[in-house]
Design a protein around this ligand. Sequence first.
Ligand code: MG
Length: 291
Amino acid sequence: MKYCFSKFLLSSLKLYGRNTRFYCFFNDIRIMKRLLVFTIIPALVATNCVAQQKPNMDSLVKASKKTEVWEPVPTVVTPGKLSSDAPSDAIVLFNGKGTDAFQKKGGGPIGWKMDAQGILNVVKGSGDIETKASFGSCQLHIEWRSPAAIAGAGQSRGNSGIFLMGKYELQVLDSYNNPTYSNGQAGSIYKQHIPLVNASRKPGEWQSYDIVFNAPVFFSDGKLQQPATITVFHNGVLVQNNVTIQGGTEWIGPASYKQHPDKAPLVIQDHGMDGGNPVSFRNIWIRPLSL
Ligand code: MG
């Protein structure tokens, strides 16, 4: 009964309202509804979203700070103009101005000669040279050149070597179209690790080694606590990727560790009277690493 009455009232109002102010009133309501649906409600929803995002971002920033570490602050080091140049904290061992950092292995003046161009040339048969200072773990940069005039073959062609701590040899050899055993070519850890690739330049061209060496650690009773590891870039190309050194370099037989001090001189090899031409060196610098 109530429903019938309401329906009657509503239809009466509509009939009456078409030509009266009631019609305008109902028309306005329709417009208001459209406004609400298409503009006001979306605007309110958007405003609410922005309001919700802000506190979320704040909480993310707060959470991210829990994993920030501000100390220690790394020491500032000024790099060289070129990456091959010594950075500000490096010890320059040879830069073409003198050989004072070196002595003959075991002591005495070196037999090698620095020429007018500031290049250090091996004098074959004069013996290895070593740094007067001792080093343990380090970053080492060294540039070398096998002579353009090829003499000898295999291990007799441009043979030298970088002996970290005087014991662990990174081979220097003219390995450009010069077959030899793989674990004895340029970039090898001699008789222990074959280089990942052969990145050799032609004879007569300068080449570089960039080395990261972690010295071995011994217990007080002389037993090995931690072997040495080494990473090497040959002419900027990775050839040894953090490999474990098996012990002091041996020409014959397996390598093994014998206890030695935490620091020892860096040795550069004179391979002796092997029939090959002598190797040259320049731009040698080292950064001792405290681990
Ligand atoms: Mg050698």
